[in-house]
Design a protein. Structure first.
Length: 262
């Protein structure tokens, strides 16, 4: 486990679970973590209900775009609202075209209503980001299946009707694989932009972003990597080698021409 990511996994649940500590044991809190497998992927066929109470699959919510996925408790009065505000604010400041990504919010509590989700949606301050955001509610089975697949482990505290859960955001590829995990309380536009460019295999950013990933992509502190990203980095490495060899060939040809003229 990477050092900084390990710190996120250890510390984030303790922050979110502050109100729940009185009822949850140390052992139960110890099981709260965000630790997806290297090949973690979301079951995209899972069905939820959106903010208009329509049935929506996770595949439809992601809509073929790289996505930021947040798990929240729609009736949370502490961390979840600020986490959504931070995520939407950071997305608005990435400079990326909002049509090229999605923000997907999943409610952990099946008891939460459409109105609860709508109240939470007020935390999204940017209209362009709001248009590409889908807030979903599901039954306990669907939510559990999704969280287990993504390595998102939480605990419910019935005494206060709150959830102890990691303060983490998952950056997903267009086909539902986990590309990175980031702290939902410390998202910044630069990191989020590059994480989405990475999740989109470079297709949603600029050439400068793709070059930045050659260095940034090896930062082990920010999470796990999808196979598409490894392929992209290998492609850029190969192109760099080809470019260097081509330049050497051109310089050698010019040297020989100069010699023959002389």
């Amino acid at each position: 486990m990477k050092p900084l990511f390990a710190a996120l996994v250890i510390m984030a649940p303790l922050v979110v679970a502050t109100d729940a500590r009185a009822a949850l044991t140390r052992s139960e809190l110890g099981g709260v973590s965000l630790a997806p497998r290297a090949d973690a992927a979301a079951p995209l066929a899972l069905k939820f209900r959106d903010i208009d109470n329509r049935r929506v699959t996770l595949r439809e919510a992601i809509d073929g775009q790289p996505a930021v996925l947040l798990f929240v408790d729609y009736t949370c009065r502490t961390i979840c609202g600020p986490a959504l505000a931070i995520a939407s604010g950071a997305l608005a400041q990435t400079g990326l075209d909002p049509a090229k990504y999605r923000l997907v919010v999943i409610g952990l509590d099946p008891k939460d209503s459409v109105e609860d989700a709508r109240v939470m949606a007020r935390q999204i301050g940017d209209p362009a980001v709001e248009r590409v955001t889908t807030l979903l509610r599901g039954d306990a089975g669907n939510v559990h299946q999704l969280t287990e697949a993504l390595g998102f482990h939480y605990r419910y505290d019935a005494a206060v009707d709150q959830f102890a859960h990691p303060a983490g955001a998952l950056v997903m590829t267009a086909d539902g694989r986990v590309s990175r995990t980031l702290s939902s309380l410390a998202l910044n536009p630069k990191d989020l932009r590059l994480a989405l460019v990475e999740a989109g295999a470079g297709r949603i950013g600029t050439f400068r972003d793709r070059l930045a990933l050659l260095c940034y992509g090896f930062d082990a502190a920010h999470g796990v990597y999808a196979p598409a990203i490894a392929r992209m980095l290998k492609l850029f490495a190969a192109l760099t080698i080809i470019g260097v060899l081509g330049l050497i060939a051109v310089l050698e040809r010019r040297r020989r021409m100069t010699r023959s003229v002389g």
